[in-house]
Design a binder for this molecule. Structure first.
Ligand code: ADP
Length: 439
């Protein structure tokens, strides 16, 4: 029943579609009959014949409208809402070109990468990268996707990978209707690769120096100083110091990689950071006396509880206080002040400020101090037994604790390294910033 009504409906629709042709045919045959050019019967037969032919042709058109549409691919147009919507939904910068290589559409991310590209203009006008233009040519000629990399130097070093994908309609593969350019930003990946390469180069260099010194002394002791006990007594402590330096370096490198491995795991134990600081200060008293420096811990001795890893936090404060003793002994005094303040998120945080009165650090060095192997004065750091990894370790440990390090210094005015550690479950401070928390 439904089937029949659908069929009737289709025929009615066909009549409606053909009505202009049918009326014109009826007028033509009626005219011929009226002016005596033909008899009534042939005129009627002619009208019926044309009507039937027109309806049959129209019925064929109904059978496979989709097939017809597919046989005639529509050329992509600038402003096509479907293409624009698809590009806008893609996470990467993407540009769509037509078969001539003119830009059909580009998403906002692509505009940021290639701001000179304009819809309706040839891609070569706005993207002057020969490798990419050549890849587009190859993709259009072969119908096969192409991949190229290119880099920009200005305004900043950036690296991109471009995937050029020809999108062809069935049966017209040799002449793709649309070509898509998808850009992937490789810059972060390249930076990490460069950092790794730099790190390996730096680490090898740091190890090679004491190693070369050691083998030099071994050669001397075997050769010219073979029978010279005085030389042996002089060389052995130096050799010991070089071996210690290598051991420290390896120790720091291993600690760094272990902390990096656990970077995503926040410590869940509660530790009293005040007690840790006092323990570190006590353990460094001998070194402080050797350097003729007074180390003082200021602030309440009430427990200051933070979620933390005890050994890692000991490492943090050892590094900071040792640095103060190594590089700022001339200031004669190091203060370690404990307090509670308000963090950037408005929550309470423990603050431990290690302040020296040494030569201070010029402002241009401050942002780089926590980089691996960065030193203000390489020879002084080596002379003090430094590895250049101390502050990098501090930064990584604090990151894992959800904390941070701030450095204030000016030449001639000493330096203050402040550790900020979130207090577990801390509520906003309400402006009370200098009280110690009681657990
Ligand atoms: P190092 O093993 O060389 O001590 P760090 O990462 O601990 O490595 O420190 C990096 C550099 O920061 C040091 O080489 C030194 O130049 C500088 N520095 C660190 N602490 C101080 C300080 N308290 N006063 C002056 N300079 C400092």
């Amino acid at each position: 029943m439904i089937h029949d009504s659908v069929r009737v409906g289709r025929w009615v629709a066909r009549f409606r579609r053909m009505r202009l042709v049918l009326v014109a045919t009826a007028i033509a045959f009626a005219g011929l009959w009226l002016f005596g050019a033909t008899a009534a019967l042939p005129a009627l037969a002619g009208f019926v014949l044309v009507t039937l032919a027109a309806l049959i042709a129209s019925a064929r058109g109904d059978i496979a409208p989709a097939a017809l549409a597919r046989d005639e691919p529509r050329a992509p147009r600038v402003g096509d809402p479907l293409i624009e919507a698809v590009l806008a939904g893609l996470p990467d910068p993407v540009v769509a070109l037509d078969r001539r290589g003119d830009v059909v559409a580009l998403n906002a991310r692509a505009t940021a990468v290639a701001p000179a590209l304009r819809p309706g203009e040839p891609v070569s006008l706005g993207l002057r990268v020969p490798e990419v233009l050549e890849a587009i040519r190859r993709a259009r000629a072969s119908g096969i996707a192409q991949r190229v990399e290119f880099s920009e130097r200005v305004p900043l070093d950036r690296w991109y990978e471009v995937i050029v994908t020809p999108i062809s309609s069935p049966g017209v593969a040799a002449n793709p209707g649309l070509v898509l350019l998808a850009f992937h930003d490789l810059t972060p990946l390249r930076r990490v690769e460069e950092m790794r390469a730099d790190f390996v180069a730096n680490a090898s260099h740091e190890l090679r120096t004491p190693l070369a010194a050691l083998s030099g002394f071994i050669d001397t002791l075997r050769g010219s100083a073979r029978e010279d006990p005085a030389a042996r007594e002089r060389f052995l402590p130096i050799m010991q110091a070089q071996a210690d330096r290598m051991a420290r370096l390896i120790d720091d490198l291993l600690s760094l990689s272990r902390i990096e491995l656990n970077a995503h795991l926040r410590p869940d134990k509660q530790v009293d950071v005040g007690a840790i600081v006092r323990q570190v200060a006590d353990s460094l008293q001998t070194l402080a006396r050797d350097r003729n420096v007074e180390v003082k811990t200021l602030g309440s001795s009430a427990p200051l509880l933070v979620p933390g890893d005890r050994d890692e936090l000991i490492r943090v404060f050892e590094n900071l206080v040792e640095n103060a003793l190594k590089y700022a002994a001339s200031g004669k005094r190091v203060d370690i002040a404990l307090s509670v303040g308000e963090g950037p998120d408005g929550k309470r945080e423990a603050r431990i400020a290690v302040r020296d009165r040494g030569p201070g650090i010029a402002p241009e060095h401050l942002p780089r101090l926590t980089e691996r192997f960065y030193r203000v004065d390489v020879s002084e750091s080596r002379a003090q037994g430094g590895t250049g990894l101390g502050l990098a370790l501090v930064k990584h440990i604090l990151n894992r604790h959800g904390g941070r390090l701030t450095i204030e210094s000016a030449p001639g005015q000493g330096a203050t390294f402040t550790v900020h550690l979130p207090i577990a479950g801390a509520a906003p401070t309400g402006g009370n910033s200098n009280l110690l928390t009681r657990a």
